[in-house]
Design a binder for this molecule. Sequence first.
Ligand code: LLP
Length: 411
Amino acid sequence: MKISNVDVKTLKEKYGTPLYIYDVNHIKRNMDGYLNYFKSNEFKTEVLFASKALNIKELIRICMEKKISLDCVSVGEIYTAIKTGFNPSKIYFHGNNKTIEDLKFALNNNVGVIVCDNLMEVECLNDLASSLNKNVKIMLRMNVGVDAHTHKFIVTAHIDSKFGVLYDSIDYKKILDIIINSKNIEFIGFHSHIGSQIFDLNAFKARAEKMVSYCKGFDKPLELNLGGGYGVHYTDADSPIPFDIVSKTLINTVEETLKAQNVKIKKLLIEPGRSIVAEAGYTLYTIGYIKKTPNKEYYFIDGGMTDNIRPALYQAKYDADIVGKENEKKDHIVTVAGKCCESGDLIIENYPLPEAKMGDLLITYTTGAYGYSMSSNYNKALTPAIVFVEDGKDKLVVRRQTLDELIEREI
Ligand code: LLP
């Protein structure tokens, strides 16, 4: 099996397993998909990468090359970006509970836009900016109350969500009051994100219409950030909407709504995370023991929930192959289990694969988003390496954690 013309078995020999592998051509194609189609003649557009999906230097370098801005949700993500040489004015800082220290860090590092999530944050930021004598651009994250049909843990826009402000609520009015009277805050527009792994274009349309209506009554054209959440293909149960259709639908809906409501905006932004990196990522494991129980057959792998928590957390489904046996008869119904001391550490359950033997390589697909970024050291597992492959060449971009690194902070 080859990925971008690099033999997977060679990668195992060079870097060991578990190993995250990314096809750089695929990442760039995905980015170009948005960059080419998310365009309008009516307003400016900007594509952000939601870096929580994979916040590492090499990917940030690709964002720089492609002129893609960044959504960061922590000082850690911002720090990584700045250390990579990313222009902080192209960073949008999100989060429902940014601490005063977080906000101070953002102001002192000239982060471009702070996406404020609630009334108290706007109050604190206003005080802080004034005491530091800094000017700051803010967007306001709105809870648009649109129901997107996805897993309940990744829906973010129901009425009692921890994220965002309800339009016309008491908090909203107080925020407007602060903004109008602030010498340090420049309010530039609204943000919303209605959930993740969404396939329902109607949810996006309903949301776009609400967001446009929020822009009425301001004396300057605002910016609208439509968030991320565009679904990807994990298994054949998922039918993602192609980039061009997602992008054009969003643009057309906003253009039409602007016309219908007689509103102008300055810029439209999106911030996809998963749909840029998920399908470009693979995880390679070595199969260890194989065990049969009365009702099951297990293939044990040398990683598991520590490198991919998504099956345990969201009942996420993945496809897999045994490397080199892709075309063999898949006549074993197996459960692929990790090596953690945890019964729920199952990557794939009751899945057809060919007969495997100890030492075979198992590859899981579409693991490029929220795999590495949600990895853990549970059971003191070492975080795997990441290798980027492109046109027959491989490049180690994150090396495997070492045992000494695992204990270096312990006193
Ligand atoms: N913008 C905001 C404000 C967000 O909260 C998120 C994701 C995104 C953009 C990017 O969404 P995407 O395009 O990646 O769907 N850990 C979960 C996903 C959590 C997403 C949180 N917010 C998972 O593994 O499925």
